[in-house]
Every structure is written in C-alpha cells, then in structure tokens.
Design a protein around this ligand. Sequence first.
Ligand SMILES: [Zn+2]
Length: 268
Amino acid sequence: MKIIITVGHSILKNGASTSADGRPFDGVLEYAYNKEIVEKVAGYLRSAGHETDVLICPEKKFTNSTEEKSYKLSRVNNGGYGMVAELHLNASAGHNARGCEVLYLSEKGRLAAQKIQERLATVFEDRGIQKRPELYMLNKTVPTAVMVESFFCDNAKDCALAGKTNVALLIAEGIHGGKIAEAHGSKEEGKGLYHVQAGGFSVRQNAEKLKEKLLEKGFDALIVTANQGGVVYQVQTGVYNKKENAQVMEQNLRAAGFDALIVQSGTI
Ligand SMILES: [Zn+2]
C-alpha cells in the first residue's frame, strides 16, 4: 500500500503559521515539530517496506488556510495512495491538557487510528481515538485517512516527554501495524536531516529580532526551542535531507551577512 504522510498547517505569506504555537508555554510550534519528524516517520515506513511519500506545504506562498487545503487534497487524492496520515499536535485553552489522540472518520480509518493510538499511548496519556466528521483531511480524502495528534504542543510536561521519546517511530509502527527496527530509520533518515541555524539565544526577544531581519532579507525563519541545559531559542532557516543543500543555504546566509551553522538532527 502506498502511503503519504502530510504535515498539518503551513507558514503563510505574512510569516504567520496556521498551526498552534506552544512556544510561549515552554512547548513547541506544532507545524515546525511535525515538519522536523516527518522524514523520519517516512524513513521508518520505507524501511518496513512501504512506498511512502511526504507532503509539506510550500512556505510563504499561501495567503490563507483554504489554499493549503486545496494544495494538499489535489495531491493526496491523485497520487494512488491507500493511506494518508496527517501529523498534528494538540493544544488546549488552559495549556493544561495532555495526551495523545488519533482522529478518523471511515471504518478503515478507525482501524488505522486504533493501531497508531495504541503505540502513542505507550508513552502519552491515552485520550482515545475520536470520530470527527467535519475535517477535510478525513471527509474529502480518497485514501484511508487519519490525523495524528501525538501530544499537546502547549503543555511543558508533554513536550518534555516528547523530547525523550522517538515519536516518529511510534507513529510509523502504528501505521505499519507492528515493530520496526529503530536503527533503520534513524540511521538513514533521522541523522540525515540538516538544520541551518542562524543563531541561538537564551532570550526569546533576541531570537525574534534575528527572525525579523532574516524574513526582511527573504529567508525563511523559524524559532525552535531546544533544551541545552536551559532553554535556547534557535533561529533556523531550513531543514534539508542533503548536506549539500544545507551548505548552499549556509553560504547564502553568510553572503547576506548572517551567521550560519549546520546542525544535524539528533544532536540538538
Ligand atoms: Zn493541527
């Protein structure tokens, strides 16, 4: 069965993300987190024998989330896929809710959701699977569809737990319906992601300032929270599978007068 893993949400033309943002609560930006793990999920699935594609919306191209929807649906419904799993993270008004849930609509979706839920619930609080008739990724999609809400992006405890967990492996095992050797995906895909970082700050405001400068010069910029014996706000301009591509971005940044550093996944 051909599988497509999509990253929920996007970065709009004005630089705003359509996703939940847990960063003010010692959490993570939903979109950035899932963008970071999606290739890893796909790598594990490929290592288990599934033909797997990844879909991330182009950044700073869309003016609203409706464009995001049509971009995704046309690809998900016309690629010959048997299954689509969209990666999300949850958020709650009081920032105190915790745990995992997987959303579905069809009967096949329910069975797929159950398997993913079982794997995530080995680590995160089990909120159960949820039937959701109103979501386009479930009611407008041709392949068997699930939306994975791995944990709460605005809950510091959930995010700390996620930081110690191979969430990508749990999701892949849930989709695969069995164990996958951890060495496979992490060796081939996890370590293969190169992040280009323009700066790291202990004060969030400083990270915001650098982000603004980068956006003004036409670079992408995302602030990623990392814990390095204290919270560090890293300003990243891109994530790449190939080191050569990361090096091109590194050179472009330097040429524009910015600092640049390539950091591999698993080391930050
Ligand atoms: Zn979401």
